[in-house]
Design a binder for this molecule. Structure first.
Ligand SMILES: Nc1nc2c(ncn2[C@@H]2O[C@H](COP(=O)(O)OP(=O)(O)OP(=O)(O)O)[C@@H](O)[C@H]2O)c(=O)[nH]1
Length: 315
């Protein structure tokens, strides 16, 4: 049976071990900044022959320009401080591609404690990076989806609430007004009963798109508030602007002329609209303001539907 201590005197075994791993071993002399060794596996991974790795300049030159400065500064600083470290970067391949590498570096110190040599292993982490990138993209997609209404593709109520919070803050800091329009489709239960849910769904999508088209402010937002209710956020809009936008929305929906045989308003689909404008002060809560606009929407319903009701400006 082999004595493990034999290894200490067997350089050939060490070399075989080092050169049969997937990780690529290397060694750099600190004083001259030259490679004294690099595993032959480097050629299979990057295409550059082992003999072509002469100094740290070759290492830096074969690094993606976007990674170069940061990685170089970090590795030099860590090495000078005598600290083991690792760095991820894109190593350039001979055929103009790149491979993500994790370089794990050990600093060999001299008797005075300063760096004498650097030894390390380069690991190919391309697969891991690909998975990370996929996960990141997926996470972004999920984030976007969690703010979107699944049926109409416009913003959902969560997104509206988040935007309202931000715009409220901004309006309060700048002493500016902010307006909200709330929409509810009239007699939509009858619409569904008469034409079926699929047509009902299509109708909701059409109305969402029409409202979207009616907005022209860069920060204006239309969201589905729930069932057949929509809400429009108009940052920096005063009461005059808010009423104008509400009337434009109403006009565009009328122009769409969606048939609704049971509607008393010309047998066309109509909406009721509540409008509110606020100049936020410290004691006012966004939820109270939304409640006030909602009251106007109910007033529009009570007063016969197919109409706009406007709340007094809240301050
Ligand atoms: N097709 C479809 N219908 C929906 C959806 N969400 C809510 N509704 C319907 O919207 C209708 C709302 O009914 P009500 O709250 O009675 O309102 P309404 O019939 O419009 O009456 P008024 O608002 O008073 O004019 C219900 O029939 C719901 O089923 C949806 O995603 N798709």
């Amino acid at each position: 049976m082999a004595d493990v201590n034999d290894l200490s005197s067997d350089n050939a075994v060490y070399r075989t071990l080092l050169e049969s791993t997937k990780a690529i071993p290397w060694k750099i002399d600190w004083a001259s900044k030259r490679f004294t060794y690099i595993g032959p596996q480097i050629e299979a991974l990057l295409g550059w022959q082992p003999e072509s790795w002469i100094s740290v300049e070759d290492w830096a030159a074969r690094m993606h320009p976007d990674d170069r400065e940061g990685v170089l500064n970090f590795c030099v600083a860590q090495s000078q401080a005598g600290l083991d470290h690792e760095a991820d970067y894109r190593a350039l391949t001979k055929d103009n591609g790149h491979v993500w590498i994790r370089d794990v570096v050990h600093v060999v110190r001299n008797a005075e404690g300063g760096p004498e040599a650097l030894v390390g292993f380069m690991f190919d982490i391309s697969e891991r990076k690909k998975t990370e990138e996929k996960l990141l993209a997926l996470q972004k997609e999920l984030e976007a989806l969690s703010f979107k209404d699944g049926l109409t593709n416009i913003a959902n109520r969560r997104r509206f609430n988040a935007s309202l919070e931000l715009e409220w803050e901004s309006a309060r800091n700048n002493g500016q007004p902010l307006s909200v329009l709330m929409f509810d489709i009239d007699f939509f239960k009858q619409y569904n009963d008469l034409y079926g849910h699929i047509k009902g769904d299509r109708c909701l999508t059409d109305i969402a798109q029409t409202l979207n088209l009616a907005l022209d402010g860069p920060r204006d937002l239309v969201a589905r508030f729930g069932g057949e209710e929509f809400v429009v956020l108009l940052p920096q809009a005063d009461a005059t602007v808010a009423l104008k936008v509400a009337q434009r929305c109403e006009r565009l929906i009328k122009k769409q002329a969606i048939a609704h045989a049971q509607s008393p308003h010309g047998q066309r689909l109509t909406v009721s609209i509540g409008v509110g404008t606020v100049v936020p002060r410290s004691h006012l809560l966004p939820s109270d303001f939304i409640e006030a606009v909602d009251q106007q929407l109910y007033a529009a319903k009570r007063n016969g539907r197919n109409r706009i009701e406007v709340a007094p400006v809240a301050v």
